[in-house]
Design a protein around this ligand. Structure first.
Ligand code: BTN
Length: 259
């Protein structure tokens, strides 16, 4: 992969600047610093290989050379977007899920808050991080990892949840830059629809385990069990317990699993 190839592939998107690395620790780290230097919206950090990529809940996300998509986009949020920052995870998940439908007719689901699943296995994750300046959020970093080739799928015994990759799901080779192009366009699309009823409806339509019984595992707190009813515009998940009580659960240090 070369920077010039990425530039050509993204020439019909508003991405103003690109930093490309053959190998880097984490694209999110580079993007967080870049945001503070005032780089424009949708500036992109792309790595062919990531040696210390991060996931949610302190997980590692290592990317082997050429096997996955690993990138971060910089966004300078409005006040309204900063106040609803939890919606950037589902925004990224919607963009990935749409792209797979558009390009490969693949029917994927979103496991709250933001994992993209195909047949109950995960092949993509999103890590939203912030860059702060003088007590305000200067940058929101949308970090996205998508497993493309079988070699990008971590060994089963290291995973909390089963994982897969796109090439296994569709049975053919994936053009990584084409996929990147569409994901970025769908991110821009959903950002324009941020906090709208259509955003919520699209998220709910793709919500994995809707109507099913699930558990929410929380460190040092009791595990919650309930039927998954849906999501709210503040990003919360809504469950109904056995006794009919309605629980609204905010995103945090939690892990959802089906029963
Ligand atoms: C998760 O599922 O826990 C989120 C994984 C996010 C991984 C991506 S890869 C690009 C970007 N850089 C990182 O260090 N992490 C994100």
């Amino acid at each position: 992969m070369k920077l010039s190839e990425i530039k050509v592939a993204l020439s019909d998107t508003p991405v103003p600047e690109i930093k490309f690395f053959d190998s880097i620790g984490s694209t999110n780290d580079i993007a967080m610093d870049w945001a503070l230097q005032g780089t424009k919206d949708y500036s992109l950090v792309f790595a062919d290989k990531q040696t210390s990529g991060r996931g949610r809940l302190g997980r590692k996300w290592i990317t082997e050379s050429g096997a996955a998509l690993a990138f971060s986009l910089v966004i300078h949020p409005t006040q309204e977007e900063t106040e609803a920052i939890t919606l950037f995870s589902p925004l990224g998940a919607l963009a990935i899920s749409d792209s797979l439908e558009i390009l490969y007719n693949l029917d994927t689901q979103i496991k709250w808050p933001n994992d993209v699943l195909y047949r109950k296995s995960k092949f993509s994750g999103i890590l939203i991080e912030t860059s702060w300046m003088d007590n305000r959020v200067e940058g929101i970093i949308i970090g996205i990892g998508v497993n493309i080739k079988p070699s990008s799928v971590p060994p089963a015994d290291t995973m909390l949840f089963p994982a897969t990759c796109i090439e296994d799901a569709i049975g053919m080779a994936v053009d990584r830059l084409n996929l990147l192009n569409i994901i970025i366009k769908r991110i821009i699309h959903w950002r324009e629809q941020f906090k709208t009823a259509s955003f919520l409806a699209a998220w709910e339509e793709k919500l994995a385990f809707k109507g099913e019984w699930v558990q929410i595992l929380q460190p040092k707190q009791e595990t919650l069990t309930g039927k998954l009813l849906g999501v709210e515009l503040n990003g919360n998940l809504v469950l109904e317990t056995e006794t009919g009580e309605r629980l609204s659960i905010s995103v945090g240090d939690l892990h959802l699993r089906p029963i």
